[in-house]
Ligand binder design. Structure first.
Ligand SMILES: Nc1ncnc2c1ncn2[C@@H]1O[C@H](COP(=O)(O)OP(=O)(O)O)[C@@H](O)[C@H]1O
Ligand SMILES: O=C(O)[C@H]1O[C@H](OP(=O)(O)O)[C@H](O)[C@@H](O)[C@@H]1O
Ligand SMILES: [Mg+2]
Length: 363
């Protein structure tokens, strides 16, 4: 197991952690609705947070991701149209609030004083690669070390704590991103309601990353707000809409089946399940909500016979070429022709350290 990538400088007290992007391989978005997913942590992109002890508590705006200075109206408007109003500052602020409240409720004392938080990220913005929770996850790791409380915050509870920062902002999301960002590697997750109600977290089963075939990641600069994408479906689900309820159950079944398919290395079945997963999402959300470019990414991959689906709520696609390298070559050519970026997925192994593992309920 690898430690979550961190750097610290004992003399200055500076702590820095990375958290990686993730791919929802099967079952998403049923994680938002007590379903199941299989997700993996990828080294292609990451966010990092740096904590420096300071007299005051400061959250530093990122010079480009939290832009507040513009050349003029045109610059401001085009920036807001492309990237939206928000950056990482609101995530870090919300996280400070929920972290403090979590610790107060658990009687975890925070000795160590104030800090200045800053962040960096190369995760393409709002493309369903979980750039939002990567920033929060890296911040959590900084706090766990800064306040020396890693042994007091159970690994299973960490994803929920990360998610609550986004919930605080009214962003609808599920736990899959946060679980795999905390655990690393490949994780099968079951969020069944009884378990969630009982413990506040699901069943998280790390799987051997060598079970995975070569996967490809396709993305485009096409930010979409995952919270907004989920709004309508969430409302319909809450209203008991039969179609949405049964579709979510079908998607959750895909992850369950996918778990045994992966264990058997039955890759032709894996390809079918990936395609089915996207097809159900498409019926539930509708083409307008998914966006033409996002659908095109899936279709370009399928045009060469690759299996494909969204990694998250839209913006990036995971593709699998069951016929091997010659098909992967065709995929690369088709993506190039369509103006899309494609790259092999680098899977990051689990990075829980000994102190983390001791907090697991099963240990
Ligand atoms: N790359 C980024 N840099 C700064 N803030 C980000 C970035 N990505 C997401 N955010 C913040 O998180 C919020 C939710 O993003 P979301 O749509 O979930 O993106 P993702 O698919 O990357 O998780 C955004 O509105 C923004 O406030
Ligand atoms: O719709 C999905 O598959 C996911 O959407 C969100 O992820 P994002 O990377 O922000 O698009 C959400 O956080 C996940 O829980 C969903 O599974
Ligand atoms: Mg997100």
């Amino acid at each position: 197991m690898a430690e979550p990538e961190m750097e610290s400088d004992a003399s200055s007290g500076i702590i820095e952690y990375k958290a990686y992007a993730r791919i929802g391989l099967l079952g998403n978005p049923s994680d938002v609705y007590f379903g199941r997913t299989i997700s993996l942590s990828i080294g292609n992109f990451w966010a990092s947070v740096r904590l420096e002890p300071s007299l005051e508590l400061v959250i530093q705006p990122h010079p480009t991701h939290d832009l507040v200075r513009f050349d003029g109206f045109q610059h401001l408007v085009s920036r807001l149209e492309k990237e939206g109003f928000y950056g990482g500052v609101r995530l870090l602020m919300a996280f400070c609030k929920v972290f403090y409240k979590y610790c107060s409720n658990k009687n975890i004392e925070l000795h160590g004083g104030n800090f200045t938080l800053s962040y960096e990220t190369n995760i393409p913005r709002q493309t369903g690669l979980s750039g939002s929770s990567a920033i929060v996850c890296a911040a959590l790791n900084c706090f766990l070390d800064f306040y020396k409380i890693r042994h007091l915050v159970k690994v299973e509870e960490r994803p929920g704590l990360i998610l609550s920062a986004e919930n605080e902002l009214g962003i609808i999301a599920g736990l899959q991103d946060r679980v795999v960002q905390v655990y690393g590697g490949l994780v099968y997750m079951d969020f069944n309601k009884e378990r969630m109600d009982e413990n506040g977290y699901g069943i998280y089963e790390p799987m051997d990353i060598s079970l995975l075939p070569e996967l490809y990641l396709i993305h485009a600069e096409n930010p979409s707000d995952s919270g907004k994408v989920h709004n309508t479906i969430r409302k319909r689900w809450l209203d008991g809409d039969k179609f949405i309820r049964s579709s979510i159950e079908e998607v959750a079944e895909i992850a369950l089946e996918g778990r045994s398919v992966l264990l058997k290395r039955d890759y032709s079945k894996l390809a079918l399940l990936m395609n089915q997963n996207f097809d159900i999402r498409r019926k539930m959300f509708g083409d307008d909500a998914l966006g033409a470019l996002n659908i095109k990414m899936v279709e370009v991959a399928r045009s060469v016979g690759a299996a494909s689906k969204f990694t998250g709520s839209g913006g990036a696609v995971v593709a699998f070429c069951p016929e091997g390298p010659s098909q992967a070559q065709l995929l690369e050519e088709a993506c190039k022709e369509a103006g899309l970026t494609v790259q092999p997925v680098q899977v990051i192994p689990s990075f829980l350290g000994e102190e983390d593992l001791k907090t697991l309920s099963s240990s």
